[in-house]
Design a protein around this ligand. Sequence first.
Ligand SMILES: [Zn+2]
Length: 246
Amino acid sequence: MHAILTFHSIDDKGSVISYSPDNFRLLLDVLEKQQIPVLDLDTLLAPGTRKGVAITFDDGMRSVYRNALPVLRDHNMPAHLFLTTDAVNSATPWPRDAADGHTFEMLNWDELAALQAGGISIECHTRTHPDMRTLTETQMQQECEQADELIGNHLGRRPRYFAYPFGYHNRKVRDFARPRYRGTVTTELRQLGDNMDSAALPRLDAYYLQSPRLIQNIDSLLLKGYLSARNILRNIKGSQCKADFD
Ligand SMILES: [Zn+2]
C-alpha cells in the first residue's frame, strides 16, 4: 500500500466529513500491526519509497487537536494538516455554507503550535477556501502567499505542501501550484504510482473506510481496487457531496 489518506474532523457527529475517534485509533492500530509504515510526505514521496501511508487532515477542525493528536502521539506517527487560515479562531460556525447542517469548531494558533510540536506539519489550504479555478493569477498568489506567510509568522515554518480547496483544479491552477510547493494533493481516490504530477497527487478519503471490517482489511481492499470502484461510482453519480466539503 502506497497512499495518502484524507481526514477532516475526528468526531462522532456522523457528518460526511466526520471520522469517529474509535475508528481512527483502530486504523492506526491496524497499520502498525500490518507493518504499513506511516510516513511524512517527504519520505512517502521520495524516489524508492514503495510502501507506506501519509495521514492528512483538511481545513483545521479543533477535533484534530482534541481527538487525533493524542492517538498519533501514542503511535509515534507523523501527519500533515492543510489549514485554511481565515478559519483559525473562527467565531462563526465553519463551513459557512454547511450543506448537511453540521458545523465545526476550528483550531486556534496555540493548538496549531501544539500540533506542530507533536509532529503534525501545518500546510497550506489557502486563506479563504475558494474554488481556485475561478481566480486570476494575482488572486491565487494572494490566497497562497497570505496563508503561507501567516503560518510562517505564527509557527516559524512555511508550508511545503498544498491541498486544493474542494479538490478543484485545472491546468492553470496546477501550473501555479507546481513550482510553489513540493507537492499538491487532490481528492482523486487513488493510490500513488510512478511518474506522478507533483501538482496532482491522489488521496484516499477515509470517508470510504468507515467500518471496522473495511479498516481491518485495508491493504487487501486496496489491492482489489475497492477504492477505485468507489471513485468510478462517485463520478457516475456526479455526486459532489464530498467535494463540496473537501
Ligand atoms: Zn477544504
